[in-house]
Structure formats: C-alpha cells, structure tokens
Unconditional design. Structure first.
Ligand SMILES: *Cc1c(COP(=O)(O)O)cnc(C)c1O
Length: 420
C-alpha cells in the first residue's frame, strides 16, 4: 500500500464530496470526531439567524412561528433515520448522562414488581454511565454488577433487571451485537438500555429490528452538533406510553400550557422532555444532523459504514506495515462485525505524550487513561464524512515520525492537560 494507492482510493470515493459540508482547519487531520464532531459550514449562519432573527426579532412569538416548540421531536425524527427508529420515537434533549438517568429509571420501574435486583453493565463502560447507574441503584435498592463482555450472556440470570451497555466501547472501539444480546436478555426476562454515543452516525443501528427497549446517545460526537449539543432518547413503542420518567418537568406534560397543578405525561417519548429546551443548541444540532443525512442519497449509513471500515482497515494495515517494531499493539477488534468507527492502539510507555506530539503536528486524536486492568490508549476516530484515504496515510506517516524521532519524549508533550 502506497501513498499513490491511497490517492487512487480517494479519487474513486463516492462520498468524497461530503467533506465540503464542513469547515476544517488547514493542516489538520481530525481523528477525534468520535469525541467532538467538526463544524458544519451551515452552522455559523444558521445559529446567527436563530439568534438575530428568531430570538432578536421574533422574541417569544418564535416558540410558535419559528417552530421552536417541537424542535426536540422534529430533530428526534432525523436521528431516528440514523438509528433504525420510527418517526415519533426519538426526542433530542438534555445530555446523554441525564437521558440515561431518565430511561434507566423507567426500565427499573418496569422491573420493580419482579423482585429482580441487579443492573448489569460492563466494567469498561463510559464512566458517566456507571456513575449514574451507581447512584440510581443506591437510591432505588438495586445493585450494579460490573462484568467483562465475555461474561455475556451467561450473566443474564433471573436476578437481573436491566442490562445497560454501550453499543460501541469508547475506549476500545469494540462493538456489541445488539440484536443477539437483546434477544438473550429478553429470553432471560431482562430489559436492555443501549448507549449509542459512539454509534449514532458512526455505524448502522437498528433499534426496532433489534427489539431493544431503551436507548440514548450523544449529539456532539459523530452527529456534529457542536460542543455540549443536546443528546437524544429513544424508547420502544411498547414502553413509551407506560412509564413515567422521574424528571417529570412541564415540557414533558401532556398540555404544558394548561398550567395544571398535577403532572400528566405527554403521549409517547415526548414525556422524556423535562424543561425548556436550548433552542440555539438544537439549531446547531440540526445543522450537524443534516450533514449526516446528506449521505442518504449516496447510500446512507450503509455507505458510510463501508467507507469507515475501509478507513479503519487501512489505518490498521499501515500502522502494522510501517510502524512495526515501535511497541504499538492493536486494541480494537479486527473483525468488522465487532468494530465501531475508531482504532485504538496501546503502548507500554508514552501513550499520552505520543498523542500530544501528534496533535502538535496537526493530527488530532486523543488519549484515554488505563488502569490496572486496561492499558493506556491512543484513540483515533475515523469519520467517513470528512476523512479520506490520503488522510489515513498522512496520519500514519506522522505517527511513524513521532516514534522514530522520539519527539514524544519532550517535556512539553508529557505535561497533562485537564481534558485529554
Ligand atoms: C461521550 C459519552 C457520554 C457523554 O455524556 P455527557 O452527558 O454528554 O457528558 C456518555 N456515555 C458514553 C458512552 C459516551 O461515550
């Protein structure tokens, strides 16, 4: 595989034109769209319009006249197209952490009468998911049981109420088989809560086809919604009208402007809204969503997935071909069915500093700390919407140079920042 081969792949790439939808800084190869997506070209003007026209001129009238009121549902329908959900099944609102609180509470309420007392999740799940589950279990008399993925499905006994998993692991990029695991969970009487933070816009997701129960996900990663963009929540239609989420604010009321003293939940997933929505942030999210949906005429998530796998395959191949002997190991599974849209490497020494040295060269990935059971990780996300095969070649070239020159040993690359 040569640089010319990579250029040839770019020349044949049917998705190449999608890159033009974004503002990407010159000289940057951005391998961190799994953590914060890039800026859609349409976003600055759209956000300025919302501020100057809809807020500045429309004022409070814009809740009706500019369609602010049903933005969470309208954007939810757009997200639904990416995750195998039907119209009316998703809302965009709040953060991933808060939405997890809501759906996990609903799932536990649903299991309350069964006497099942365990919530099962992976030890390597994203910390906020575990923290939210830990506090909810404490408050509601459940126990959080942390497992390794290899213990599934055997761990799903009649003591388990809810299985809470992140579909694509944030540290390793390993992807679960949602349909098979959900079937095993249901066979054991267990409800499933799926976190799609590293899946929505990254890999095809089929929530209804998988018969999942609850799902949440992030707006600022592969959906390019901007820093802290609203997240989303999905509830299977069989549960959506039945369970009241605990943050029963007026925005999830059946008729908020009747201003009645008692809560009456809205029909369906709209009850998962809580308070007044962040309209400017939702406008930014819509710009991001539209850039992902722009792939629909070109084959949609299936086409994005095909390119994503080609990019991550190429990255793995080039790292092994060109950086062999430098102590890097592959953490992400090689099997396509088990891989999300990122490649994670580990190294006994210098993982943090190598990432910093790469960032100084304009190759932006990130570092995730390990512990006694998991290695430090160099994490590289591949977003087929704006990355090409030549970018992959160049990012490996920089990695090789950082390793060969031992550039990463410089003090400036070894001082830890607050956000890694
Ligand atoms: C990114 C991520 C989150 C982020 O949660 P916030 O509430 O947006 O901070 C949660 N869960 C997973 C699995 C993530 O990858």
């Amino acid at each position: 595989m040569t640089l010319d081969d990579c250029r040839a792949l770019d020349a044949q790439d049917p998705l190449a034109a999608l890159r033009d939808q974004y503002i990407l800084p010159k000289g940057v190869i951005y391998l961190d769209g799994n953590s914060l997506g890039v800026l859609p070209k349409a976003a600055p003007a759209r956000i300025a319009e919302v501020v100057a026209k809809e807020w500045g001129e429309g004022l409070i009238r814009s809740w009706n006249s500019a369609g602010w009121f049903d933005l969470p549902q309208r954007l939810g329908d757009k997200v639904g197209r990416l995750i195998g959900a039907a119209p009316g099944e998703v809302v965009c609102t709040d953060s991933t952490s808060i939405n997890l609180y809501k759906v996990l509470f609903a799932a536990l309420s649903q299991q309350a009468a069964t006497g099942r007392k365990l919530v099962v999740s992976e030890r390597s799940n994203f910390p906020t998911d575990l923290y939210i589950a830990e506090s909810m279990c404490r408050e509601r008399g459940f126990t959080l049981k942390l497992i390794d993925a290899s213990e599934l499905p055997a761990v799903l006994t009649d003591e388990v109420a809810v299985l809470m998993l992140t579909h694509v692991n944030y540290r390793t990029g390993a992807m679960h088989d949602m349909k098979a695991i959900t079937a095993a969970a249901h066979a054991a009487g267990v409800l499933t809560v799926w976190d799609l933070a590293h899946s929505a816009g990254a890999v095809p997701v089929a929530l209804n086809d998988s018969d999942a129960d609850y799902a949440i996900g992030c707006g600022y990663k592969y959906l390019n919604g901007g820093p802290g963009a609203p997240a989303f929540a999905w509830v299977h239609a069989r549960h959506a009208d039945k369970f009241v989420q605990p943050l029963s604010g007026w925005w999830g009321h059946a008729a908020p402007f009747e201003m009645t003293p008692h809560y009456r939940p809205a029909a369906g997933v709209s009850r998962y809204l809580c308070g007044t929505q962040p309209i400017v942030a939702l406008a930014g999210l819509e710009c991001g969503l539209d850039t992902v949906l722009a792939a629909e005429p070109l084959g949609g998530m299936a086409a994005l997935r095909k390119k994503s796998l080609a990019l991550t395959d190429l990255y793995i191949q080039l790292v092994e071909q060109r950086c062999g002997g430098h102590g890097l190991s592959l953490v992400t599974p090689r099997a396509h069915a088990e891989r999300g849209s990122q490649v994670c490497l580990s190294r006994a020494e210098g993982a943090y500093a190598i990432v910093q040295a790469l960032i100084a060269r304009g190759v932006i990935g990130d570092y995730r700390a390990g512990d006694d059971q998991a290695p430090d990780i160099l994490r590289f996300g591949f977003t087929p919407l704006y990355l090409g095969f030549e970018d992959v070649w160049n990012s490996v070239e920089h990695l090789l140079q950082v390793l060969e020159t031992a550039d990463w040993k410089r003090a400036e690359f070894n001082a830890k920042n607050a956000v890694t």
